[in-house]
Ligand binder design. Structure first.
Ligand code: BEZ
Length: 202
């Protein structure tokens, strides 16, 4: 299988963490892909019409895209066990969506302030994205710490990859100062070999 990949993407990282946790990194070949909303670049528009990574090319079916589709597929294929049975599954999927939402808003902020032509950048728009992130971090801190500290699942992986991206691109926002329980959890989670092996870089 071929995985269209960029080392800075928190969505690619989710897939890579799953592969590391399942000890199955040898099952995919990484294909570098780079682009952004203003230019698809080398992103695989013939594989994913949305021009987004990750995308997973399979030998026996259409290319899969959207990190949640890919992780569900790989979890099933590799019997990784990162999606629990219902009813815990519903919490896990909600937490995964929360992590993905944080990552999406954080990537949009990055594009707004670094990719959009300078004259049309809106700091207010970027701040509104941060408000979404702040609400999501507060929800994790208030409601989901017990789940995050439970058996490993993709909800935890998504949150950790999103937080890793905040540290990578938005460290000046200092999310730890207002989310102490999440900060403690992340210190432990980010020490996992799967997280260490996939730390974001340009
Ligand atoms: C980044 O450089 O921040 C980035 C690269 C690819 C996907 C998302 C973010």
């Amino acid at each position: 299988m071929k995985l269209y990949h960029a080392p800075a993407s928190p969505f690619v990282r989710k897939v890579m963490v799953l592969l590391h946790e399942a000890q199955a990194t040898d099952r995919v070949t990484l294909i570098p892909a780079a682009g952004h909303p203003l230019d698809a670049g080398t992103m695989p528009v013939d594989r994913n019409p949305l021009g987004k990574i990750p995308a997973l090319e399979r030998p026996d079916g259409p290319t899969l895209y959207d990190s949640r589709v890919i992780t569900r597929y790989l979890d099933d294929l590799l019997r990784a066990g990162l999606y629990p049975a219902a009813p815990r599954l519903w919490d896990s999927l909600t937490i995964e969506a929360t992590g993905d939402g944080i990552a999406e808003a954080a990537v949009l902020m990055r594009y707004e302030m670094h990719v959009r032509p300078e004259a049309t950048r809106s700091a207010a728009w970027a701040d509104a994205q941060w408000q979404k992130i702040a609400r999501a971090l507060a929800a994790l801190e208030d409601r989901w710490m017990s789940h995050l500290s439970g058996p490993l699942d993709m909800g935890q992986v998504a949150v950790a990859c999103a937080i890793g991206y905040l540290d990578f691109r938005h460290a000046e926002r200092e999310w730890r100062s207002t989310h102490p329980a999440l900060a403690t959890w992340y210190t432990t989670f980010s020490a996992r070999p799967s997280m260490r092996a996939t730390a974001p870089h340009a």
